[in-house]
Design a protein around this ligand. Sequence first.
Ligand code: NAP
Length: 253
Amino acid sequence: MKIVVIGGTGRIGSNVVRRLVAQGHDPVPASPDTGVDTITGEGLADVMMGADVVVDVANAPVWDDDAVLKFFTTSTRNVLAAERDAGVGHHLAVSIVGADRLPDSGYLRAKVAQEAGIEAGSVPYTILRSTQFLEFLAQTVESGAEGDSVRLSPGLMALVAADDVAATVTELALSAPVGGRVELGGPEALGIDAWARRLFAATGDQRTVVSDPHALYFGTELKGGELTPGDGARVGTIDFDVWFASQPQRVAR
Ligand SMILES: NC(=O)c1ccc[n+]([C@@H]2O[C@H](COP(=O)([O-])OP(=O)(O)OC[C@H]3O[C@@H](n4cnc5c(N)ncnc54)[C@H](OP(=O)(O)O)[C@@H]3O)[C@@H](O)[C@H]2O)c1
């Protein structure tokens, strides 16, 4: 099968491309690096020719509220139009668990708008709503940095390894469109503050973690379990310890 992977040079996309090649398929990574730009439309019509499935795992280069909303709505509109013209039979995109439960976050509002564009379109689709990636834990922790401490929300996150996300995307891309959403989370849900303590214990980081229910996550307060998947969600197999052991050597700051 020819499978176009929009964002196929990124974290999830390149992993999906590798997996599809290993299974004997013909994935085509599509991103500005490969001459395909979903915002300007450059290269889109050509890359869609003969495609059976399109996986969209592009991400916005800039994350302020207006820019990220414009990126996901424009990109999704252009990709879906090119798919329609080429007769593509399955559009699969990765969104975020609980995106619609946190309207104060500009990034999550943009993901909801992306989903709405897909749901309103005519191309058969699957939306995989994933929880936050373990690979983003360090960045999330640094967003709360204040000198010798980090101030973080005790709101729950069920972090999942990008490898588990890529495996699920690959499986879904090779299956019939669901016509709805599938959820995926990691094997363990902890407060963001507790994740930071676990990361610091593993890296030897001596900073203090301050638990603060008012600390913001992506521009929004968390009340509790908004970011955790519901019943029936798929559960990744890679836990923190296994994931950490697979990472390049990490040192305390
Ligand atoms: N981070 C999380 O915790 C999380 C959780 C759930 C869902 N997600 C979603 O997962 C998806 C994949 O995330 P990721 O971390 O794998 O992203 P990433 O590593 O930042 O990769 C982004 C990809 O998008 C491409 N791209 C950027 N602008 C483009 C454009 N105009 N046209 C075509 N491609 C473009 C990039 O291409 P270049 O390399 O050529 O610039 C790159 O291949 C995103 O949609 C994100 O919202 C993330």
